[in-house]
Design a binder for this molecule. Structure first.
Ligand SMILES: [Zn+2]
Length: 248
């Protein structure tokens, strides 16, 4: 349990935004006549106006979607835009634009850095077990939590998403030099292959040559740790932890 009460803890499927507007049905404690209450209610009306797709999803995803809409309310009031549910929390479209700004707002709101960093650092090493524990603590999705983990982890780590035909996206934390740019394809030696083609649901953290993931000259002189799990659909998510020697 987090040491503070985050504003969206009580959101559930039946309550939807009407509970937020009333400020009482789900036990929420803000005053809807206050500035914050009016702000939340307005953002929820906006969230409802996008067709409610986000509101029908699972509770963790729904919390992120509403926080994303609050981000639009905070940063983009008065601007005309279409907010598609498929774009909320999507990593594949890069880091620019108002959708990413709203995503960043949602991540900051639901996983405040000053709380998230010590929670992340309390784990022995990067792993999906650690990410899932953080996701449970912050009531956020595995993907949203994994991205936050990459950004705020004390370890040099990256996360990749691969489909059967292409690498969809990747993210690395700020301590990793740009020259460690990933291969487009998947190496047959990687456990990601077995997860991608359904032989296994996930792998344990495993040491593998860095040339399995990077085609930089000399990559075969380094090793890293990979762990793979199923992503959305038929995709695979791979978490890589680099050795300190790779950061020079
Ligand atoms: Zn949006």
């Amino acid at each position: 349990m987090l040491p503070v009460a985050l504003p969206f803890t009580g959101i559930d499927a039946s309550a939807r935004c009407s509970a937020l507007r009333s400020g009482s049905k789900d036990g929420s404690s803000w005053n809807t006549k206050s500035a914050v209450g009016k702000w939340v209610a307005s953002a929820c009306r906006w969230a409802s106006s996008i067709g409610g797709c986000a509101l029908r999803s699972d509770p963790r995803r729904r919390r992120f979607s509403i926080a994303h809409e609050l981000g639009h309310w905070q940063h983009h009031r008065g601007r005309s835009s279409v907010c598609r549910a498929s774009e909320i929390g999507s990593v594949s479209q890069g880091g620019a634009g108002i959708e990413r700004q709203a995503d960043n707002y949602a991540a900051d709101l639901l996983m405040p850095a000053y709380l998230f960093r010590p929670f992340a650092a309390a784990h022995r090493r990067p792993s999906f077990e650690a990410i899932d524990a953080l996701a449970a603590a912050f009531s956020t999705s595995r993907l949203a939590t994994a991205l936050r983990f990459i950004d705020h982890s004390p370890w040099p780590c990256m996360i990749f998403c691969h489909g059967q035909n292409e690498r969809r996206w990747f993210r690395r934390n700020g301590g990793i030099p740009d020259q460690w740019f990933p291969r487009d394809d998947l190496d047959p030696e990687s456990d990601a292959m077995d997860v991608l083609y359904g032989k296994i649901d996930g792998s344990r953290p495993t040491i593998i040559g860095a040339d399995a993931w990077f085609d930089r000259r000399g990559a075969d002189r380094f090793e890293l740790t990979e762990e793979c799990v199923k992503g959305f659909g038929n995709d695979v998510l791979a978490l890589l932890t680099l050795k300190d020697q790779m950061l020079d």
